[in-house]
Design a protein around this ligand. Sequence first.
Ligand code: NIG
Ligand code: FE
Length: 385
Amino acid sequence: MTSVAYLGIAELVTNDPSLGDGGPLGRRTDAGVVVDAGRVVWVGDTADVPATDERVDVAGRCVVPGFVDSHSHLVFAGDRAHEFAARMAGHPYAAGGIRTTVAATRAASDDELRTNATRLLAEMRRQGTTTVEIKSGYGLTVADEARALAIARELTEEVTYLGAHVVAPEFADDPDGYVALVTGAMLAACAPLARWIDVFVEDGAFGPDAARTILSAGRAHGLEPRVHANQLGPGPGVQLACELGAASADHCTHLSDADVDALTGSGTVATLVPGADFSTRSPVYPDGRRLVDAGVTVAVATDCNPGTSYTTSMPFVIALAVRECGLTPAEALWSATAGGAAALRRTDVGHLGIGAVAHLTVLDAPSHEHLAYRPGVPLARVLAG
Ligand code: NIG
Ligand code: FE
């Protein structure tokens, strides 16, 4: 291992308030960072950078922690471009579209699924993402869920069992039988392959009682809960997530006062995925401003999937979080890094404090504001990690 100094950083965002100003961002100007053995070992002024084996001058660019994309569904086959086009022509989105991707995914070979997921992960990385969560949920049989998780595990440590994405088509007339499978043989096969368990709580997917049963069964097998909640309309998902101490309630597009109250002071992160609101042509976006003002920890993620959010771009999501969810550029960047890490209960990523994993993303811009200010422009790339 060689030590590397990155210097000439016009703006460094550390997300460690003790290392700089700008509140939670811990920003420094004209900064340097030293990395050794894959960890951040020094942060300071460019002028004071100690001797290292290598020096990399980023020439007046901005460096931020690598993005943490805490919600994605990368293991699938096919696409649903026609469904997207129909939505843009006025047709509504419904959860049942998931079954189209289930059929394509079941018909695909392991190699096809692996190749597609690897391609999408590479797209993420090309846009500055260094930590990714990946869910199953397009198999819905014991064997198809287990193979999705096995492929996800080849790509990340943050793997989520989402057998409860929708009721499998074979169980259309027996949803209780499907819940029994998800909490029985499927869970037994999948639990050793995953860290998390997730349920899509929504009309057309799973109600609160089934979701509680599924998440509790997962916990008994060592999986920690996260919940797809309040995406398409008001519902019980957010309060269930808080009741169960889930790491994250994801979507949060339709929140009541009681939902915001439940999130406030809970250990549950509100993960906004505005790419899904964009692509489903939702009439409303999640109210990130209200959540931040209430003291809720907010993450933003891509939710990359072929149905509702076929984007791998955290910069795009940051731009939406600013323009549509009411976050400031600083808050949106924090949510895309430290917020994502909180949603995955990780303290080693999402910041550049001393001892952090050295995941550095560089922007072809002098400050973090440019991420939302220059939407659609490929500014971000991984510098280290
Ligand atoms: O997060 N909400 C449920 N799951 C996905 C949609 C999946 C699909 O339509 O294929 C989501 O938006
Ligand atoms: Fe999702």
